[in-house]
Design a protein around this ligand. Structure first.
Ligand SMILES: N[C@@H](CCC(=O)N[C@@H](CS)C(=O)NCC(=O)O)C(=O)O
Length: 251
């Protein structure tokens, strides 16, 4: 099996896929796209992924897109070291959590990420340049226009932080219900992998204290960082603050 992963070091969605590939010991060729330069919007890449986002997986010439779909696919084609519970009801619970994670923390984390890290680049553009840039994004046009060249207002930042806080509380409740230490019980699952990058991003932005009062989540975070797949996934250059050091103090 030959895998090629089109991705970006700091992309949270890409980090999910790198984690599962590393955990399963599947060698892969990594093609790094420069998202700020718009590599994801080039015609040849759009043929692979019409959403104009990373990651995209090429498996022996078959193209699979969307990070949660890719990690489920990888768990199906390489079932050893499984991340999926055996019982259908627990599988359903895992998938429901993955949907929650995409709607809540994965979406919310984009607000501080764009406002804090990427805005200075957009602020330099003219209104016309920015409008054309937003227009070129198949999936994120409305998000870009809502942000504008001056960024999301504080109310939007507060709402994103509130959605993240509700995520930590939901994680705490799921761990308590399952008996932990993972979201679905004693084994790590794709739901843990799905939420991991949002947690790492918030810790990277100096917000690890936001879940300090939830010991089950504190333990979960230490456990996932201790997984052997964590370090190769977060190779040097994978954290936002490595590229934008001023962010360590900004949030
Ligand atoms: N649902 C998609 C979302 C992918 C996504 O939003 N990728 C971001 C990086 S994490 C991206 O490529 N952004 C580029 C852009 O906004 O132009 C997935 O999980 O694969």
């Amino acid at each position: 099996m030959a895998f090629t992963l089109y991705n970006a070091p700091q992309s949270t969605c890409s980090q999910r896929v790198r984690f599962v590939l590393n955990a399963k010991g599947l060698p892969f060729q990594e093609i790094k796209l420069n998202l700020l330069e718009g590599d994801q919007l080039k015609p040849e890449y759009l043929k692979l992924n019409p959403n104009g986002v990373v990651p995209t997986l090429d498996h022996d010439g078959n193209i699979v897109i969307d990070s949660n779909v890719i990690i489920e696919y990888l768990d199906e084609v390489e079932p050893a070291q499984s991340f999926t519970p055996e019982e259908p009801v627990r599988r359903a619970r895992m998938r429901a959590l993955m949907h929650f994670i995409d709607e809540m923390p994965a979406a919310a984390v984009r607000v501080p990420t764009f406002n804090l890290a990427f805005l200075p680049r957009f602020a330099k553009m003219s209104e016309e340049e920015f409008a054309a840039f937003a227009e070129s994004k198949p999936l994120r046009k409305e998000f870009m226009l809502a942000m504008g060249r001056t960024g999301f207002p504080q109310a939007e930042m507060d709402a994103a932080m509130n959605r993240l806080r509700r995520t930590y509380e939901r994680m705490d409740a799921e761990i308590e219900r399952s008996g932990g230490p993972w979201l679905l019980g004693k084994d790590i699952s794709l739901a843990d992998v799905a939420v991991m990058p949002a947690m790492v991003r918030m810790a990277d932005l100096g917000r690890e204290g936001d879940w300090a009062d939830l010991p089950r989540v504190v333990k979960w975070y230490a456990l996932i960082r201790a997984e052997p797949a964590f370090k190769p996934t977060y190779y040097p250059g994978s954290l936002l603050t490595e590229r934008f050091p001023h962010l360590r103090k900004a949030s």
